[in-house]
Design a protein. Sequence first.
Length: 151
Amino acid sequence: MLHPIFARWLFVDFDGVLHPGLAGTLCYRDRLEAFLLEHTDIGVVLSTSWRLHYTHDELRRLFSSSIRERIVGVTPALPDSTRAQRYSEIQVWLRRHGGGRRWAALDDDETLFPAFCDELVLCDSARGLRPAHLQKVAGLLGLPAAGVMAP
């Protein structure tokens, strides 16, 4: 299924991105949501391992109603032995749902991506999502960076 209203994709991990480590607090969700509200043509795909334990609808309910509809899916689960596993999962999703568009991934584990993956915005797992990461996402997606410095 193609998603024609979204010109860009953002793949989002939770642990080490939306909260430090495995805290489970989603304490940086508001930071991500503010960025998404500013840039309305970004569709969100959840690449987090949480997708293996919760349904798409359960995961969407973790976000505010203002962006919930923009969370269009989750990446497929590939075998753990898959090389650059998360990147490969993203590539499968893109082939099925609308490749050919700019994309970026917010993640804290570079081993799940090929070396020098330009689309990866690597977060420090102990600190999580920072405004500088959102500036980098904006750059990768060809968006103006204004407003991403807000907490």
